[in-house]
Design a protein around this ligand. Structure first.
Ligand code: SF4
Length: 88
């Protein structure tokens, strides 16, 4: 399935818990903000939002990373564009 992952750089405080849990998806940039990777790759460079193809297991891990964020700076949307985290 495809999910969209978005980090709000205004909310991100560089706590890096998302990076610890899901290093293939989140990495801190030079401004200490988490950017979004596609399985460890960053094909079009530094991006705060990316659509990636994931397995159920990968999705669960990325959700854990998002849940670990102290400022809820990570937003996740499903294929239909519905926000699945944080739950509305
Ligand atoms: S856990 Fe949240 S605050 Fe920390 S780096 Fe990730 S997005 Fe930023």
């Amino acid at each position: 399935m495809k999910i969209t992952i978005k980090v709000d750089p205004e909310l991100c405080i560089g706590a890096a818990s998302c990076v610890t849990i899901a290093p293939e998806t989140f990495q801190l940039n030079e401004e200490n903000k988490a950017w979004v990777l596609d399985h460890g790759q960053s094909p079009e460079g530094n991006k705060y939002e990316r659509v990636i193809e994931v397995s159920e297991e990968e999705k669960e891990n990325i959700l854990l990373g998002a849940q670990s964020c102290p400022t809820l700076a990570v937003f996740i949307y499903n294929e239909e564009g519905k926000q699945i985290f944080p739950e509305l």
